[in-house]
Design a protein around this ligand. Structure first.
Ligand code: NDP
Ligand code: 8X3
Length: 250
């Protein structure tokens, strides 16, 4: 059987790191990217340079992204699956008190970089009848206080995924939007600027989704028969459900 290749963005933590482990265990070659070079090197050390190719760069840096794509070693150049996972939320303030620089960073990472990555890899994915898994969020469907731009970026990811499906009609390329709810990763640590206590408090007693749960889901989607496409998949921990509307009274 031919060895397949997956590019997983945001491979240094959370969903991405777990997905690297899942695909290496399943016999795939993995391109792992993120900013933290030492964590990427640890993946290479753990799995071997023949299994994991690490590329450390900021995904908002288009020149660095193009260089990473152009510099892929021959063994990793034919990509069958792109997992657009790199992303973040910054802050929980309401829009009227939010930090504009944080808004820009979320848009640049979750929207612009994801679209650029997809654009660069699409020709090869079409040639190989490959697949794209985009990591969106329930925040793109359900508004909540402080979700403002983060939720907006994830609504983009979900809709972009469905629009890609339409444009790629007949190419054989599969596209899935995975929309997880509360999952315990470094997500809240990043969102709160490093507040471990806030992160621990959010997840305490909630039995949240784990990174391994999402890695297993991506693995399942990637290994479905080629005639099946999961368009979108919303996943919550059993402890979470959508709350109702709010009413303000004078
Ligand atoms: P983590 O914070 O654990 O991981 C985020 C990953 O994104 C890291 O590997 C980080 O790498 C990478 N990343 C962030 N910014 C950049 C950048 N500028 N350049 C390159 N890589 C970057 O969070 P999760 O695993 O939870 O998040 C993964 C995805 O899942 C995100 O898109 C998030 O929005 C989404 N999601 C998370 C949920 C949750 O509750 N945890 C629920 C729904 C969706 P590095 O810092 O090394 O650059
Ligand atoms: C992460 C899930 O609900 O914290 O996308 O926004 S949530």
């Amino acid at each position: 059987m031919t060895t397949k290749t997956v590019w997983i963005t945001g491979a240094t933590a959370g969903f991405g790191a777990a997905t690297v482990a899942r695909f290496v265990a399943g016999g795939w070659r993995v391109i792992a990217s993120g900013r933290r070079a030492e964590r990427l090197q640890a993946l290479v050390d753990a799995h071997g340079a023949d299994k994991v190719h690490a590329v450390a760069f900021d995904i908002r840096d288009e020149a660095a992204l193009r260089a990473a794509v152009a510099g892929l070693p021959a063994d990793f150049a034919d990509i069958d699956l792109l997992v657009n996972n790199a992303g973040l939320a910054l802050g929980t303030a309401p829009a009227q008190q939010a930090d504009l620089a944080q808004w820009r960073q979320m848009i640049d990472t979750n929207v612009t970089a994801l679209a650029t990555m997809t654009h660069l890899l699409l020709p090869g994915l079409i040639a190989r009848r490959g697949a794209i898994v985009n990591i969106s969020s329930i925040a793109g469907s359900y508004p909540y206080r402080g979700g403002n731009v983060y939720g907006g970026t994830k609504a983009f990811v979900s809709q972009f995924s469905q629009n890609l499906r339409v444009d790629l009609h007949g190419t054989g390329v599969r596209v899935t939007s995975i929309e997880p709810g509360m999952a315990e990763t470094e997500f809240t640590l990043v969102r709160t600027g490093g507040n471990q206590a806030a992160s621990d408090q959010l997840y305490a007693g909630a039995c949240p989704i784990t990174a391994g749960d999402i890695a297993d889901t991506i693995w399942w989607i990637a290994n479905l028969p080629p005639h099946l496409n999961i368009n979108r998949l919303e996943i919550m921990p059993t402890s979470q459900s959508a709350a109702g509307l709010q009413v303000h009274r004078d």
